[in-house]
Every structure is written in C-alpha cells, then in structure tokens.
Design a protein around this ligand. Structure first.
Ligand code: PMP
Length: 281
C-alpha cells in the first residue's frame, strides 16, 4: 500500500511515525474520510473544504494548498488502484518535545492512505439498532478533530449491546450519532439538528438537504427531543461510509413498525442516484 506522507508517497512498510507527533500524543489534529466509488472520489472538494476549515479553527496551517492536496489524493487513489473504498486523511500539528502548549510555527504532519469501505448493503436494506446516550462531548463538535474519545466510548457501548450506532442526547435534544448525523421523519416532514457547534455538519447531511430541496420534500433543520425521536415514523442515520441507513430500533424498542421505512428507502435510493451521477466517468 502507498501512503501519502506530507508531499511524498511511501510504501506502508517504510512509514515511520515520530513518538513526539502531537497527533499521536494529544490528538492534536484533524481528519477526514472520503468515499471513493469506481476510482472516483465523491464530494472531494467539500471534504477538503471542511478539512481546511477544521485545521484553521485549531490554528494549524497546512503546508500544502487545498488544490495541491487534492491532486496528491487523486494520485494516491490512482497509485493504489483504489476502486471502491475510502481515503483517510489526517493532519497533526507536528512534532515537538511533549508539552501542552506549542510553538506556532510547527510544520504539520499529513498522512493519507486508503481504508477499506464497502457500502453496508445489509444494514441499508434491513435497518439497524441504535442506543441513546448522553452527549458529554465538548462544545466544538463542528471541528473534525482527532479527539474521538467520547464518540468511541459510546460506539463501543452500542457495539457491545448489539447495536450499530449510539445516538447522542444533549439537554434532552438529539444532536447526532457517534459517527453520523441523525434524521427523523414525522408526517412526511424530515427533521435534523441544525448545523452549529453541537454537531459535525456532515457532508452527507448537506448533500441530503440539497436533495430534499430539489425533490420538494418538506424538511426542517430543527432540534427535536428524545421523546420525539422515539415517536418518529422513521429514523435514519447518514455518513460518508454508511450513506443512508435506517434505524429500526432504539434502546430495544421498534421505530414505527420496526422495519426500514418506505420514505427512508426512497431517500437512500435518490442519494445513491446522486452518487452515481456525480462519479460517472
Ligand atoms: N457526525 C460525526 C460525529 C461523525 O463522525 C460523522 C462522520 N464523519 C458524521 C457526523 C457524518 O459526516 P459525513 O457525512 O461528512 O461523513
């Protein structure tokens, strides 16, 4: 496997991570996951824009321009012969003797490589179980930071209880999933938490909202309570790797009739059509 390290492609075996990389020691960095379909990255520009925004928010200045990184990632996909999968990109603040404060002129360390990612067909068709948990994360969830400790704690809890996703609840309202955005449907209207500091504004979420608009489907970016979630007609999650996955049970109780909702299926199919058109050669 070829890995992009800063400006150059290296073999996986040759890659070395410095023990004093701040990403490794403090989670001091940002990341993205980009989906590749038939060798073509989907919404690459949107992911890179978010990557650069996240880095700016925490004061990391990339050593590559967005356009240079874009070309390097396209080369990485080509050199790895990646057809169907994902690209993981992370940038840490850099390498320095371990202390919390940092010198502002550190050179960031960029790493990108292919990660296996398959469309989760079974989950998309049959739906998945979810659990709810209190959202105890910090208040800058809009930054796609390497610090994912609380997200992984709840994802693990979900996994150990046989569920696919943990849905986070802050002050009684649903914010998002541990690695996804959450949508509900009530009386044919789609609801999702507004963008802001309490959620990561998903690229899939943004694309879905554009889709709803173009289809004339009623939607509201409006916070909703856990009670409303549990009484929804349909619930689904969205993310780059999952796309649109129906949530058919929450905390052991069925959502609607307990099977993938028909509107969710329509949304998923329309989204996959979008992907197909966008990545067609
Ligand atoms: N929220 C969180 C916390 C996430 O980790 C993700 C996955 N990156 C999402 C939402 C969905 O974002 P996207 O559609 O850009 O993958």
């Amino acid at each position: 496997m070829k890995v992009l390290i800063n400006n150059e492609l290296q073999d996986r075996q040759e890659v070395k991570v410095d023990i004093e990389d701040r990403g490794y020691q403090f989670g001091d960095g940002v990341y993205e996951v980009i989906r590749v379909y038939e060798g073509v990255p989907y919404t690459l520009d949107e992911h890179l824009a978010r990557f650069y925004r996240s880095s700016k928010e925490i004061g990391i200045t990339p050593h590559l321009s967005l356009e240079e990184l874009k070309q390097k990632l396209i080369l990485l996909i080509k050199e790895n012969g990646l057809n169907d999968g994902g690209i993981y990109v992370q940038m840490s603040r850099g390498v320095a003797p371990r202390k919390h404060q940092y010198e502002v002129n550190l050179t960031p360390e960029l790493v990108a490589y292919p990660v296996p990612s398959k469309r989760p067909d079974k989950e998309q068709k049959e739906g998945v179980a979810a659990i709810t948990a209190e959202d105890l994360r910090w208040l800058r969830c809009d930054i796609k930071s390497l610090n994912l400790l609380y997200n992984i704690m709840i994802k693990q809890k979900a996994h150990e209880s046989g569920a696919f996703e943990g849905i986070l609840v802050r002050d009684g309202n649903i914010t998002e999933g541990t690695s996804s955005n959450i949508f509900i449907i009530k009386d044919r209207t789609i609801y999702t938490h507004p963008a802001g500091n309490l959620i990561l504004n998903g690229i899939t979420r943004t694309k879905l909202l554009e889709l709803f608009k173009s289809k004339g489907w009623a939607y509201k970016e409006q916070a909703f309570s856990k009670e409303t979630l549990l009484q929804a007609d349909e619930v689904f999650m969205s993310s780059t790797t999952a796309e649109v996955v129906p949530i058919t049970s929450i905390d052991g109780k069925p959502v609607g009739n307990g099977s993938a909702g028909s509107f969710t299926v329509e949304i998923r199919e329309a989204f996959q059509e979008l992907i197909k058109n966008a990545t067609a050669a």
